[in-house]
Design a protein around this ligand. Structure first.
Ligand code: THG
Length: 286
């Protein structure tokens, strides 16, 4: 199962046989007051800086999200997508809850890279979202992240999250969108609130990999929200999730790349430890 994403110049293949691909999460004003304020003024300087830094840190794909209070996403999202595509050459993950902003950004992406293929973040199992987003995915021949939640919220069992994932894959299929263009997100919730939260997510990942075979993303760092030394928890969780089938986490590359390289190495996806050693050498040179 190969999810193929393309910028104007670069193709990234997400597949269980490939190393884990990192979707860089930092172009997102959530929790970043400075970025939120600058977006409100129409400035994209921080977006450009974050794009460059994340590529330096080893991101393979960049998530672009400009959603903050009072920001006009229909105006700003295509501008941010354009700037990121001019600044770096990796594929783009277009992140918005607003279908009009998604459409505007998809138009811009098509203009900048007519042969390109972005990832849309996201659809979920809610009837309304399926009806709004899946036609866009088909029209623009994009790939899409499918969140394992629906009109009843985020299910509290692995089986129910799997069922939502299957529903999304089936509904996409009915519109001619193949399963390789669906990247499922089994959703990470903090273990600080529910000690079984990690286990439920891992169980869903396992089921999605074995029964649907599709590729998977995860906003993995959510798992440690509210706890001290979050990185330690995130590293352990990523290793487990990657073993079970997560292969395109949405994370801060600067904080988790070493752990991901170690997981890939231990899972036999890094011949002669080349990627691990190369990253180490680059780090000690600084
Ligand atoms: N699944 C999918 N997409 C997602 C998420 C997911 N997109 C958004 C989010 N979750 C992943 N992206 C972020 C972006 C920012 C933060 C966390 C996840 C974040 N920001 C810091 C804060 O709030 O404290 C500020 C970080 C900083 O400035 O260093 O935490 O789950 N499909």
């Amino acid at each position: 199962m190969e999810t193929i994403l393309k910028s104007a110049k670069k193709t990234v293949v997400i597949s269980p046989d490939n190393p884990t691909r990192i979707i860089g999460e930092r172009i997102n004003p959530t929790g970043k007051k400075r970025l939120a304020a600058s977006l409100l003024e129409g400035s994209l300087e921080i977006v450009e800086k974050e794009a460059l830094e994340q590529i330096e840190a080893g991101a393979d794909i960049l998530d672009v999200n400009v959603g903050a209070a009072s920001v006009d996403e229909v105006d700003m999202l295509p501008k941010a997508v354009k700037l990121v595509m001019e600044t770096v050459d990796v594929p783009i993950c277009i992140d918005s809850a607003d279908p009009n902003a998604l459409r505007a950004a998809l138009e811009m992406h098509r203009e900048m890279a007519p042969e390109g293929k972005p990832l849309i973040n996201s659809v979920n199992g809610e009837e309304e979202r399926l009806e709004l987003i899946l036609p866009l995915v088909a029209e623009y021949k994009a790939a899409v992240i499918g969140l394992a939640m629906d009109d009843d919220g985020i299910p509290d069992t692995a089986e129910k999250r799997f069922a939502v994932a299957k529903k999304i894959v089936d509904r996409a299929g009915a519109l001619g969108i193949p399963p390789e263009d669906i990247v499922i997100d089994c959703l990470a919730l903090t273990v600080g609130a529910d000690s079984k939260a990690g286990l439920i997510t891992l169980g869903a990942i396992d089921m999605v990999r074995s029964e649907l075979g599709v590729n998977m993303t995860l906003g993995a760092s959510n798992v440690s929200f509210g706890l001290p030394e979050r990185e330690v928890i995130n590293w352990a969780f990523l290793a487990m999730a990657i073993q079970l089938g997560l292969n395109a986490p949405i994370v801060d590359a600067a904080k988790v790349r070493e752990a991901i390289l170690a997981a890939d190495l231990l899972l036999g996806r890094d011949d002669y430890s080349m990627r691990y050693i190369k990253a180490y050498k680059k780090r000690i040179k600084k």
